[in-house]
Design a protein around this ligand. Structure first.
Ligand code: DQA
Length: 144
């Protein structure tokens, strides 16, 4: 199973940005951990991050036909980017939406997700562990 893990805007600042919400580890730590979890589960994972919305859209286009599932954390774009929603719409495999922080327990504007109805699973507020759970959810689907 080929999985693209796509982190969006400002997630390159992990470790330097509001550790109470996002933890103390860097994006590189996160990606290294995700690759290790993927190996244990025999999943073929590719991690990517960008601060450019159009590039994120290109990542989603590149996933069409090339990835079987997606793990997406679009950062703040989650709450307003209809372009990202449109780009996700044609993807036929499972889409797991992950947020490190508990977005529903924060500011009102973080409660809206443009992925609503598109994401097959949503994992929030579990920090880095949320990505592990996302891989477990996808591995379980593969095994049925
Ligand atoms: C985030 C939550 C978003 O509201 C925020 O803008 C982020 C990170 C999270 O992982 O908790 O950049 O997606």
């Amino acid at each position: 199973m080929r999985i693209d893990v796509l982190n969006g805007v400002n997630l390159d600042l992990l470790g330097r940005r509001e550790p109470a919400f996002y933890g103390g580890g860097s994006l590189q730590d996160l990606e290294t951990t995700i690759y290790a979890w993927a190996r244990e589960r025999k999943l073929q994972v590719r991690c990517r991050q960008t601060n450019h919305e159009g590039e994120y859209v290109e990542f989603l286009h590149a996933a069409l036909g090339n990835a079987d599932a997606l793990v997406v954390n679009p950062g703040a774009w989650t709450h307003y980017s209809w372009a990202i929603r449109d780009a996700l719409e044609p993807f036929e495999g499972p889409i797991v939406e992950v947020h490190l922080s508990d977005v529903d327990a924060r500011e009102e504007w973080r409660r809206q997700s443009v992925l609503e109805g598109l994401a097959t699973d949503r994992i929030t507020g579990e920090g880095v562990e949320g990505y592990r759970r996302a891989l477990d959810v996808l591995a379980a689907r593969r095994d049925v």
